[in-house]
Design a protein around this ligand. Sequence first.
Ligand code: ADP
Length: 502
Amino acid sequence: MSLEIIPTLFNLFLKNLTVAVSLGLAFIVLLQSQRRLVNWLFTLFMLTLSLWSGGSFLLHFAGLGLAGEDLWRGMALLGLVTMPLALYLLALALSDVPPGVFRTGSVALGSIGMAWTFIGVFTKSYVAHMDIQPSLALFYLPNTESPLFAGTLLYGFTLVVMSFGVTGWSVLRARRITGRISTEKLLLVLGGSLAVTGGALNAVPAVGNLPLDSLLMIGSGLVFARLIMKEQLFDPLRAAHVQLQEQARQLQDANRRLQEADRLKNEFLANMSHELRTPLNSIIGFAKVILNGIDGPITDDQRTDLTAIYTGGQHLLSLVSDILDLSKIGAGKMTLKREWINFEDLTLGVMPTMIPMVEGKPIELREKIDKDLPLIYADRLRIRQVVLNLLANAAKFTDRGSITLRAELRTRQDHISCPAPYILCAVEDTGIGIAQEDIPVVFEEFRQVDSSTTRRAAGTGLGLPISKKLIELHGGCMWLDSKVGQGSVFYFALPLEPVREQ
Ligand code: ADP
């Protein structure tokens, strides 16, 4: 094989590559979700490029006997003569020349020129002589005598000048407005120049055998594709990203404000309930003093009224204490008075306090606390408060059967968040139970499963959330199992290892 064939083979390879790249780019740009005029024009431009490259590629093989020389030549020339108009239309669409007489007029002029050139192509008066060498190199002589050739040149030249005109105008205008030349506008000029230089080189048969034109055309396609993708894909993506960041920032701000408002609310509740407790204690205390007859004898009517004041005061005090507890926990100001205690001691005397609560109901109270439970490091009063609350709930929501308080040592983790070993305490009842979908609700503040005014038991909906939080402050956890009509088991686990206050 002679060395001359090497540049030809390289040329052929590049022509092939041009077809692949231009069709690929056309597809990518057409696959955009928003398909605007500029996408279709880019596709047209890429199509002319691949027609010309594909046609001239195949034409090289006509010398080797590949049939269809006329067809390949027609294809290549069709691409080549449509290219200036496609390029001009693309440049026009990418520039910001406003719609009007100039736009319409120049497009009409370009289309007439292209029609004229087509006639030249199809009457074969464009190329005077064409020679395909055995080395696959292709040479041709334009028919300079033909007026169609002159017209074709004029058409190509006019559209090239106009392409530069509209892109140049766009660049200068943008510069006048913004004071700088944007990269996009420069890319527009670069893409146009590469395409035009590639096309112009093709009109010079002397360099027809060099792959320069294909290279320049591919470059031009890439530049235009980047411009379109930037406008339609990257810019919107960046804009969406910026918007997302802004929204995230606003959300963080709102969150911070919300936390601050929550903190202020908790602080206010803590202060207010603290202030309420002092006069309330006086009311309860003095009611008790008068009830006990310390201030002298009282009538039966006075006793009835004073008892109402006393029990109402007690109720209000427990409510205020609950709110104080909850706000203290919320504000992170709840401190536990922890000591090493025996769980059995802690529950001592708890069950008998339940007797008045289940009075008149056929309920058996049971206590199954394991002997020799290890000591736990906990706040005695708070854990007792939790156990009492669970038992009081059980008494409230059970009509018959039993209420059992159980406690045992567990050494395995058992899929709960409390670290083993821990003491597992359970309060079991045979009461009304809680529906599966209501289980998460009962641990929410101020929530009750039956929130109607006619519900069977009074309450505020604060007992369980406070209990759960108190257990969590000890590093433990609380959960429940329940079946409607069968009863509920409320569990809590307290770790043996002292845990830092959460
Ligand atoms: P309160 O009892 O003051 O309303 P809690 O937070 O202690 O508030 O309980 C919330 C709700 O959970 C109760 O109103 C009740 O609907 C439900 N509940 C609690 N314990 C039981 C139980 N042992 N059996 C059935 N329902 C219960």
